[in-house]
Design a protein around this ligand. Sequence first.
Ligand code: GLC
Length: 687
Amino acid sequence: MSVFRMTIGNPIPTQAIIHDEGFSAIENRPYVHALKDSVVLTLALEEGAPIWGLGQQLGGINKRGRVYGAYCTDDPHHTEDKTTLYGAHNFFVIGGKKPLGFYIDFPGRVQYDVAFTDPDQLSVTISGTSCTLYEIQEDTVKDVLIAFRKMIGKPYLPPKWALGYFQSRWGYASESDLLGVKAAFETNDLPLEGIYVDIDYMEAFKDFTIDTQRYPDFKGLNEMFQKDNQYLIPIIDAGVKIEPGYALYEEGLQHDYFVKNKEQAPYVAAVWPGHVHFPDFLKPEVRKWFGDWYQFLYDLGIRGIWNDMNEPAIFYDPETLEKAIDYATSLKGKALDIHSFFSLGDVFRNLSNQLTYYETMQHDYLGQTYSNDTLHNLYGYYMTQAAYEGLERINPDQRHLILSRASHVGMHRYGGIWTGDNASWWSHLALNVQMMPSLNMVGFLFTGADTGGFGGHCSGELLTRWLQVSVFTPLLRNHSAIGTRDQEPYQFGQRVLDHNREIMYVRYRLLPYLYSTMIMAWEYDTLMFKPLALEFDDDRVNTIEDQLLLGDELMIAPVVLPNQKGRMLYFPEDMTLIRLKKDQISLAPVTKGDHFVPYALDEVVCFLRRNKTIPIAKACQTSADLDTNHLTWVLGQNQAATFEWYDDDGQSQVTSPLVTTHVTISETDDFQASEKLCQSIVVKRPE
Ligand code: GLC
């Protein structure tokens, strides 16, 4: 591995890179320009060379031709003109004959112009005069990706049950709503692993409280779910309500745990509960304190949590709101012209997440004071570390479900992420497919999008097509916003329900494969979802943005447009087409080249590569019912193949090197040769 490290100025440590043995220090590079207030990198691009990486971003798998930013932002409108989402992942690879990887270790704002202004140039603007730059030289893009993953350490691994089907909705208002959802899943014969419980369970949106009016017996409720091997995953927000007598607030104040303003008083902003203070998660003692509070939920039987609004999101700060109201008052009774009318709207529209708020917030980090904007991207990262370590202290032997909205490189060691407040738009379904490889590149394996879309109204067809994608992503959560059309699979009539049932059960049929593949990606520092260009040396695949490889065995190519009966796709080699339903598997050979493949709404379609085999389980209701002793093995276009299979109890800590089983399936096994199916091979795992 050839990694070069260049230290510019006096960088703020981020702990993103934890393995830096054998790196060569360099003094300078011609593409680095240290300016008065910033550092700029200008990199010449070979014509057509793809750019990979940047983690959670809008745009394609190949990043060329667009502008991007890295500054954790709560912006629920993921329209094409936006440049930043909730995560900051400053890693990219320039493909081509001599691939080159870069990681910019800098916790503030970074902007990328990737062959947008100048088609032959990539320029990066780092908003500060100090950073650490890593340059990774390897022979192949795949090796650059592995080298980077080794630098940042092994990802967080969720328990196996976290890969089940979860329902969620902001707006489930009470215990009876949750029980109603549980019952409806049963009545409609739908698998359900649990429910993510949104902010309404809290008393006045206060972290680590329960609204006992709506949830008179939260512990008992959780037990009702757990007896059916189902889990409740409550949300926790970054802001702590200012309310005398509220224990979390009082403790934070007493121990000086909150982020300060420039006068060294606790900084006041507003989020869901109204005025809040923000815990200064950058301090280890604050992480310990807040992390210990997860015990409150653990004692109620909770085994997974969901950290939110941790960019941190700010609706307004009181002074700015006051000024806005004064401005509006000053216009009262006046005939507003073009300028005053639009400026009035802008004043209120732009109240949230203003840069001045982040400039005002002061952190105490490693003994120094920094304003939030200079290390903004670390906040959600350290909140999630607090949760991970808190739960680890409570039960070190078990894996817990941990999900965060904001993230930074390095946070992948403590939790997964979802892709934030997407919308029920077909374009966001396509985006979900495109984002998966880049998220894996920066270490996030437990990830996925809000299935069906969070904002806006979903149609039955969109939900069905979305499930056909999410059935492959480790996080499978149907989540929607308050005020939108109900989005449970049974809300769209009998036909959609019947289709969704087939697909949701297929998720469980694929679970042995998906779980093993996720943990193999952890072990070998590889991607679970790969662009085709990383495996095939074929000009055609360089431009493919809507087909992916999943693990070493499958290709997926979902339908991401409405009113389709199927789609055209490119096969870079001969493959086996697999159609899966709850109780059916059908197979057909496909030859290299372009083909139209019909995709019905009640099935899952994927393609098995040559010389490969995968296990398919029987359909079941939860991961606890999964029978891994009776699997059907599907064999590709070959006489025999071996699968390196990982399985475990689904909850103990995983240690490297993994103990795996090599399952060899050949045509001489008890084989239905015509269909290339091998039924019920019993494989014993090593103890
Ligand atoms: C944020 C989250 C969303 C959640 C909502 C209410 O918008 O991203 O998932 O439903 O807050 O808590």
